[in-house]
Write a protein that binds this ligand. Structure first.
Ligand code: DER
Length: 253
């Protein structure tokens, strides 16, 4: 099926099901699918009072280009929650855990996702897999430049094969820098387990037998000195997660 049409269908469904035109604060993620989400929001509401919180430079550009009002994440009052946050993902598993960071915006994406009452992941059929790292091979990790060599070494001891610093040759020779002026390391691991797999004895899930469960690996990576954030989003599926579970490949996940 046409991927763009699938992205647009998932975006429109997500906005139809989860965007409230009376919302006060709405989080907007990064990537290409989010452009269709903003397009659908624009059609659904002309309420100028809504404030849109971006997850980085590109996300802010999408908001401004659509004529919507961006506000900086750190200008939110301490106890203000976002009504909803929409974002894409690189892969989503059966428990709605996500791999994110293909667009190198994972740090601000996680800040915004965690600040929202509801996190809506908008993903077309390509992203929906049984387990994480089935189709998307690596975990994106945001790292302080000084820590990169030590983090690469530590990731190998955790079981990553050939973790690499993300460099571009087209746009800029040398390592890509994030909106926080950090680097991205992409770490390939074997397909991850979910909690159910550990319970049913498919593996220890703690790296001791070569298998990792989503949350344990995320915590192990996060604890490495110099790691700012890890591109594994889990535990964001609140009470209505069932409602969000994809019912078909084009719907939101
Ligand atoms: O970087 C991210 O996590 C993005 O949300 C992302 O990778 C999804 O991008 P896409 O909508 O262009 O596939």
């Amino acid at each position: 099926a046409n991927v763009e049409a699938a992205k647009r269908a998932a975006a429109r469904q997500a906005v139809k099901d989860h965007f409230d035109p009376n919302a006060a604060n709405v989080g907007i993620g990064s990537g290409t699918t989010i452009v269709y989400v903003v397009e659908a929001i624009k059609e659904a509401s002309t309420n100028p009072a809504i404030r849109f919180i971006p997850t980085g430079y590109q996300s802010r550009q999408v908001i401004v280009k659509a004529g919507l009002t961006p506000i900086a994440f750190d200008s939110l009052a301490e106890d203000t929650m976002l009504d909803v946050a929409f974002d894409g993902a690189d892969e989503v598993d059966v428990e709605l855990n996500c791999i994110k960071g293909g667009g190198a915006c994972l740090f601000q994406e996680k800040l915004v996702a965690q600040r929202a009452r509801k996190f809506v992941c908008v993903a077309d059929y390509r992203k929906k897999q049984d387990r994480l790292l089935t189709n998307w091979p690596t975990i994106p990790i945001e790292v302080a430049p000084l820590s990169v060599p030590a983090v690469l070494r530590a990731l190998k001891t955790l079981g990553a094969t050939e973790p690499k610093l993300r460099t571009t040759l087209l746009e800029k020779s040398g390592p890509l820098k994030t909106d926080q002026d950090f680097y991205i390391v992409d770490a390939p691991f074997k397909t991850l387990l979910v909690m159910e797999d550990v319970k049913t004895g498919k593996g220890n899930g703690d790296g001791s037998d070569g298998t990792w469960e989503v949350n344990r690996l995320s915590e192990a990576i996060k604890s490495l000195t110099g790691v700012l954030e890890v591109g594994i989003f889990s535990g964001l599926n609140g009470p209505d997660a069932e409602a969000l579970r994809a019912t078909d490949s084009r719907k939101t996940v």
